[in-house]
Write a protein that binds this ligand. Structure first.
Ligand code: DMJ
Length: 915
């Protein structure tokens, strides 16, 4: 709601604006067309730095300063152009220099209307960006603008609840924390907590979308209510005013990604509903996972069920993983950490491929289901790095670097198996082989076709995910390769993506056609992460750990919560009353700006006034609490699953359950089982399991049940900048493996400048300084690598249990031990003498191996990966010789030497051991 000082003057102004907007909406009044010379007059960005100063790849303190300053200048350029040509509307169109607004004529245009809530989005999504850039004055001015613009969000706009939460609510909470927490050094003098009050007002408007049949449990398929919020709501009128077509379907991210912002809102205001309901929904969705610990990505809102079988790490599911880990960090929550660990383990087992990235798989079989990965999945390496799994993060990030090198952008969807892609296959009736000319095509047109075929969705709206991951990986490794990526990214931003009134991405990465849109995340995430990458001393680095309880939200808003903050909030100033309805009572309700005026015009037809909507909102909010606490929270209680509890509950329709997690059971059942649910039993589980390892192994090795190292951080403690070398690039002989594997799907569009080294890591200034002449190319291996699946995991075993073994002497990893081989997923390599294997070594079997390899074919297998564990070159996999999985009928046996065989072919690094 806009606050007016000179009401009459403003009223006239807004009525005129309202009329103009109405005419424009009706197509009768178009904005004055800007001709090209006007446009370029508006193009005011002048850099203080030359290309050669900026792009020198030295990364000295001075050089990083230049890169950081230039990024900062670009942010101000974009933001100021928005203020000049877009404000107070949501966005500015960077090429045509006019505001970008909701489409009121077509409510179906959700790509636009979901985020453009007519709530000055670009400003609200960027309040904390000023803080990060160290600009206190800019921060205070921006906050002041918000104070002048809004007292409530009673805006007649239908928006997506998820987007509004991450962009607006997250933005308000972050700015509020900075404004009040003296430890961060950005307090605002005289600040009265209005940002939190605004956040609370918005939170109420969003949370009522969760009241989807909560009062009618008969509508649920399961005995336990699962609460699925409506994907959209009207900020003024509530979700019931949204056309039902817009509410039918939504994604898993959209349902689960409230738990961070909502919980913080609860903890700061003392109103528990936000955290209770979003946490409940998150946990219930997790309980709906398959036996592989995978959850699908699409949900039918009113059926309370998933409607597809596909999962991955990108669009539609991304922030489920992100918020499992970030909620755990922010609030020291063990259960959410376990959800992160189990869901990540499931991805490492089922989805991660031999290059380390994560294609989409079927949730029921765990097998690959689609041929593409998407730009949004580019955030995942950053999340892996945040969780401490640096080796896997480095691997999964690399494919995005390749995409950047080839397309100068990250295509929204890229076909990693283009040779098997549907159009090409349909055309050829067989997989395409490199060098084939398509029938009737010459080389040029064949290439054109391949380029077209390599990209499934062709746009690049300057998304942040690739630079976000690059930032996390640089923090974790301090490898200059990541600075080089930032440098190249900045170069393209400054020369290609810049536009007269901000920054515009590309509509088609294959042709370079520009996009006339600057989403709020371009400034609020993309340039923010780029700035942080170069800003060596930023206070936010190093605070991304469990002990500091600080995270970046999925929209890059810094959020934190700790005991100190709790103490500060015991003061009355910032904590709202438990039930804040008083805040609304007896207050005059101003009619909001452009929307308010539209309402006034429409008031003739509509009997409902703005203040009546406010009352309805209050009622809906109170009702939600009654429904949730009355029907759900008090009737369904969480219970820790111990081994005993699991056995007692077997056969009941309670979803999947694993020892150590919490499930929801009815209060009556909870009473009966509570005494078997002591947590200590869970903690002893791993110890009990470790005792099953044969003595021959425990004498020699240290046993670790956390075989994937999910509870450890692999970032080195002393992370000094590597001034002399980039280990990540120069020590890795497989760096160009993906280029070889994807010759048909990594295609460089002809419109991009064909410089000698399109690969950013081969740029002379960088290569010469940091690579030191190491070999960089690996001949392709000629062995056969294949995957194998042995039985599906059951709810009983949740997949084979594994421990990791390290040498007692030097702590080096020796391999793993598996007690029961009954269900596993593995990758094997078939090799014979003379082959070049995937470690880049020629295979030759020593005399001693002669008994090991298959006598007739002279072939042997090597196990490369099992249940997510990458078996190192010198590591062994020991298995219990009595394991039920060793079964000749199933093709698994072992020979006289104790070597495990698959269909009589020995696996040279897999040994049976008796207990
Ligand atoms: C952002 O709005 C958020 O990061 C969201 O979680 C998904 N991606 C967009 C930007 O690409």
């Amino acid at each position: 709601m806009i606050r007016h000082e000179n009401k009459t003057g403003w009223a006239v102004y807004w009525v005129i604006c309202g009329l103009l907007a109405l005419l424009a909406d009706l197509g009768m009044c178009m904005p004055a067309k800007t001709n090209e010379s006007d446009v370029f007059e508006k193009y005011t960005y002048r850099s203080n730095y030359s290309d050669s100063e900026l792009f020198q790849s030295t990364y000295t303190e001075k050089h990083l300063d230049l890169l950081r300053n230039e990024t900062r200048n670009l942010f101000y350029y974009g933001f100021n152009q928005y203020m000049k040509y877009g404000y107070p509307y949501d966005e500015v169109k960077p090429i045509s220099c006019i505001p970008h607004r909701r489409n009121r004529r077509n409510y179906r245009e959700t790509t636009r209307n979901d985020v453009l809530g007519n709530f000055t989005l670009t400003l609200l999504d960027n309040l904390d960006t000023f803080v990060i850039m160290g600009d206190q004055q800019g921060f205070e001015e921006a906050v002041d603008k918000v104070r002048r613009l809004f007292t409530k969000f009673d805006i007649d706009s239908t928006v997506q609840v998820f987007e509004t939460n991450i962009r607006i609510l997250g933005g308000l909470l972050s700015a509020h924390l900075y404004a009040v927490d003296p430890r961060k050094g950005h307090c605002i003098k005289g600040y009265d907590g209005f940002l939190l009050r605004l956040a609370y007002d918005l939170g109420k408007r969003l949370v009522i979308a969760f009241d989807n049949n909560i009062d009618d449990p008969a509508k649920f398929n399961d005995d336990i209510p699962v609460i699925i919020p409506f994907p959209r709501t009207n900020l003024l009128k509530g979700p019931s005013y949204v056309p039902s077509q817009l509410q039918a379907e939504q994604c898993t991210s959209g349902v689960t990604s409230f738990v961070v912002e909502f919980s913080l809102l609860s903890r700061l205001t003392g109103d528990h509903i936000f955290e209770d309901i979003s946490r409940y929904t998150f946990l219930r969705i997790w309980h709906m996972r398959t036996g592989h610990d995978l959850i699908p990505m699409t949900i039918r809102t009113n059926k309370f069920m998933f409607t597809d079988s596909l999962t991955g790490v990108g669009a539609s599911i991304d922030s489920f993983y992100e918020y499992a880990l970030k909620y755990a960090i922010l609030f020291d929550d063990e259960e959410f950490f376990r959800i992160w660990a189990s869901s990540y383990r499931a991805l490492l087992i089922n989805s991660q491929n031999s290059e380390g990235f994560f294609p989409n798989v079927n949730v029921k079989s765990g097998l690959e289901l689609s041929e593409w990965i998407d730009a949004l999945g580019g955030f995942f390496p950053g999340l892996q790095a945040l969780s401490g799994d640096i080796p896997n993060a480095i691997l999964s990030h690399r494919i995005y670097l390749k995409l950047w090198n080839y397309y100068g952008a990250i295509p929204e969807r890229w076909n990693h198996n283009a040779e098997r892609s549907e159009p090409l296959f349909e055309y050829l009736k067989r997989p395409y082989r490199n060098g084939d000319l398509l029938d009737g095509f010459d080389e040029e047109t064949t290439n054109e076709f391949l380029l077209k075929n390599s990209v499934a969705l062709e746009w690049y709206p300057l998304r942040p995910e690739f630079v976000e991951s690059t930032y996390y990986l640089y923090q974790a490794t301090k490898d200059p390769l990541y600075l080089r990526i930032g440098e190249a990214f900045l170069q393209r931003f400054r020369s290609e993506f810049i536009a007269p009134c901000g920054f515009g991405g590309v509509l088609d990465v294959r042709t370079g056609t520009r996009q006339d849109r600057m989403e709020s995340f371009v400034l609020g995430e993309t340039l923010k992460y780029l700035y942080l990458l170069f800003d060596a001393g930023n206070a936010l680095h190093g605070s991304q750990s469990a002990s500091s309880n600080t995270i970046f939200s999925t929209e890059a808003h810094p959020l934190w919560y700790d005991q100190e903050l709790v103490r500060m909030y015991s003061g009355p100033v910032f904590r709202l009353k438990k039930d804040d309805r008083d805040l609304y009572r007896g207050k005059k309700h101003y009619i909001s700006d452009r929307v308010g005026n539209m309402n006034r015009l429409r008031g003739i037809f509509s009997p409902i006034t703005s203040s009546q909507y406010a009352e309805r909102l209050e009622k809906a909010f109170v009702q939600l609490k009654r429904h949730f606490y009355g029907n759900v929270e008090n009737s369904w209680q969480e219970l820790y699953v111990t081994d005993k509890v699991r056995k007692l509950l077997l056969g009941r329709k309670l979803g999947n359950m694993t020892v150590g997690e919490r499930i929801f059971v009815h209060a009556n059942l909870h009473k009966k089982l509570a005494s078997f649910s002591e947590r200590s039993e869970y903690y002893s589980e791993d110890g009990w399991w470790t005792n099953k390892v044969p003595k021959q192994l425990t004498d020699q090795y240290i046993v670790d049940p956390d075989y994937l190292g999910l509870a450890k951080c692999t970032a080195s403690k002393s992370r000094e900048q590597h001034f002399l070398v980039s280990p990540i690039f120069s020590d890795d002989t497989s760096f160009y493996r993906s280029d070889l594997m994807h010759q048909l799907s990594l295609r460089r569009p002809p419109y991009l400048p064909n410089s000698a080294n399109p690969e950013l890591e081969l740029d002379f200034a960088f290569y010469d300084r940091f690579v030191q002449g190491k070999p960089i190319c690996l001949a392709p291996s000629n062995t056969t690598v294949f995957g194998a699946v042995m039985e599906e995991p059951t709810n009983e075993n949740r997949g084979t249990r594994i421990v990791k073994l390290s040498n007692k002497q030097d702590r080096s990893t020796a391999g793993i031990y598996i007690d029961d081989l009954s269900s596993f997923r593995a990758v094997f390599e078939k090799q014979k003498p003379g082959d070049l294997n995937s470690f880049g070594e020629y295979v030759h079997f020593e005399e001693a191996d002669r008994n090991t390899v298959n006598k007739t074919s002279m072939e042997a297998l090597r196990i490369l990966k099992i249940n997510g564990y990458h078996v190192g070159k010198n590591e062994n996999v020991w298995v219990n010789s009595n394991s039920s999985g060793i079964n000749v009928a199933k093709g698994l046996s072992y020979n006289n030497e104790g070597i495990v065989e698959i269909n009589r072919i020995p696996v040279i690094n897999m040994r049976a051991i008796s207990k």
